[in-house]
Design a protein around this ligand. Structure first.
Ligand code: ACM
Ligand code: ZN
Length: 540
């Protein structure tokens, strides 16, 4: 820091001086790497630095463009890419090392070279995210930078968990493509690799489906939105509605654009199409999907709605299969999320179609009826080469061994899943719900859904608690969830994500964490990068 100040001061007095030299003196990385060893000297990164790709691999071009993005942000133009050079004596060398775990990397900064070794392009990409932190925020904010003197260091690193997720709910508030890309950029910075896109809910259907155009013509728009807390829970004249129509949806082309943008950042996009609950926007579009066939409006307030898909009618399954056939075309992900949470059975209990289905299938309870519906969806997805993820309610109705359980009502669902041999993703509201308040001082926080999830609590999460060594293998990973009932725009979304996503990414990435105090010491450097990128984040 001192040398940086000195460099600027020196420039100010030198006639003809062009450009600032940024010389970071400390190394501060989140998520914490497996090992960091400082060595002697520094590498001088300039706009003329050469990048040598010493092997060929699919997706290496994404690494090249990530490096270009980083260097352009500093120097205003990309470093010279050399894709075939065998001259590894200077510059940034990308090296293949099959012994490094998938997504892991070795990063060695020396006076003449930066060697980045990995067995996958993803590993090289994560090395660049680390390199960006080694360069520090000053490199991105100083302006007129002529060199960044990156301190010599040897880093070895690999992730603890293969699934490192972030969920964005666009059903409650619609977030345009540019905002979704912003979330993906934030994820990449934190080495998160799975974007769970919650695309349908009571309050909005956000994905274009050719076979069912009314889903977006009707279901993507609500006529008003509750903007505060309802004083008596009655949704009457006292309820604070804004009386402003809200809506939006993604065309198929936009969906593909997002999937590609994510892939360039080594992020898989998993779509969620909610079934059988959280369905009012779909039911408003096609009334025959409900038990009663009534015409509903797209929902304008929050909470759980009794109006759900009718699993008694065969046409409901025709619809879901029609939708999912188009969804699997748009998303290459191994997993498709089908929701399955918070499904009241009030309408099923009065429905002749549901009664008939239960009799024919020998189903004794309404949860079994739900299980029947989920099972049919899963069979369809498996026939299309995909596995189904569902919220932990899917356990109540019984699941096949292929189902993946997303544990949100605590970790119990994930533990139960792992003990019975189902794979699970841990996203308990107690540690992972990033829509919860960040502080108990609610007056000074933006209105939120409720709950209390300070940074330290996120950091304290142990996704393996309560599991034996062999059961741990069933935990694919962890996920932070951003529900958006009270988050109408991207700046607020950033505020809710940051810096809590930094704590969660360390939970997901780092095998042997150094503890919260150590994390907090490293955080300001990352917060400075948030500022450099213009991201809103909660001050501590
Ligand atoms: C959920 O929060 N309803 C999954
Ligand atoms: Zn029914």
């Amino acid at each position: 820091m001192k040398r940086f100040t000195y460099a600027i001061a020196a420039c100010a007095f030198m006639i003809g001086c062009t450009g600032t030299v940024v010389s970071p003196e400390t190394v501060s990385i989140i998520p914490e790497p497996s090992s960091v060893e400082m060595t002697e000297g520094a590498f001088r990164l300039t706009e003329k630095t050469q990048a040598n790709f010493l092997y060929e691999a699919p997706e290496l071009e994404y690494v090249a463009s990530a490096l270009e993005d980083i260097t352009e942000a500093v120097f205003g133009q990309g470093v010279k890419m050399n894709l075939s050079s065998l001259d590894a004596s200077h510059g940034i060398n990308f090296i293949l090392d099959e012994n490094i775990p998938s997504e892991g990397y070795k990063l060695e900064v020396a006076a003449e070279t930066i060697d980045i070794a990995s067995s996958t392009a993803a590993g090289a990409f994560y090395a660049l995210q680390t390199l960006r932190q080694l360069m520090t925020a000053e490199a991105f904010t100083a302006g007129d930078v002529k060199a960044v003197e990156i301190p010599a260091v040897r880093i070895e690193d690999a992730p603890l968990l293969g699934y490192r997720g972030t969920m964005l709910d666009v059903g409650r508030y619609f977030f345009p493509v540019e905002d979704v890309k912003c979330v993906l950029d934030i994820m990449a910075m934190h080495k998160m690799n799975t974007f769970h896109w919650h695309l349908t809910d009571d309050q909005g259907w956000r994905i274009e489906i050719d076979k069912y155009p009314k889903l977006t013509e009707v279901g993507s728009m609500r006529k008003r939105t509750i903007i505060g807390k309802d004083p008596n829970g009655e949704y009457d004249e006292n309820t604070p509605f804004d009386n402003v129509p809200h809506g939006g949806f993604y065309t198929k082309e936009q969906i593909r654009e997002v999937v590609e943008y994510a892939a360039e950042r080594f992020i898989t996009v998993i779509p969620e199409i909610e079934f059988p609950g959280h369905a009012v926007a779909a039911l408003a579009s096609y009334p025959w999907l409900s038990c009663t066939g009534e015409q509903y409006e797209v929902r304008q307030s929050w909470d759980i709605d009794d109006r759900v898909f009718c699993p008694g009618k065969e046409t409901t399954f025709e619809f879901m299969e029609g939708v999912l056939a188009e969804v699997v075309e748009m998303f290459p992900s191994e997993y498709i999320h089908i929701g399955g949470d918070e499904c009241p059975t009030k309408f099923w209990q009065k429905c002749p179609h549901c009664a008939k289905r239960m009799k024919e299938e020998g189903l004794k309870t309404y949860r079994q009826l739900q299980g029947y519906g989920i099972d049919r969806i899963e069979k369809f997805l498996e026939a299309h080469g995909r596995h189904m993820i569902g919220w932990d309610e899917i356990l109540e109705a019984g699941v096949t061994p292929n189902s993946i359980v997303m544990s949100w009502r605590g970790t119990e669902g994930g533990i139960k899943a792992a003990k019975q041999g189902n794979r699970a993703i841990m996203a308990p509201s107690t540690y992972c719900y990033l829509d919860y308040y960040q502080s108990e001082d609610r007056e000074n926080e933006p209105l939120a859904w409720g709950g209390h999830l300070p940074l330290e609590k996120v950091y304290s999460f142990n996704p393996f608690e309560g599991l034996s060594e062999s059961e741990k293998d069933y935990i694919l990973g962890v996920q932070g969830n951003l529900w958006t009932e009270y988050i109408p725009e991207i700046k607020q979304a950033q505020y809710m994500l940051l810096p809590r996503l930094a704590a969660l990414c360390e939970v997901a990435w780092t095998s042997d964490r150094g503890g919260y105090d150590d994390f907090i010491e490293r955080l300001p450097a990352l917060e400075a990068l948030y500022d450099a990128a213009g991201y809103q984040h909660r001050a501590r």
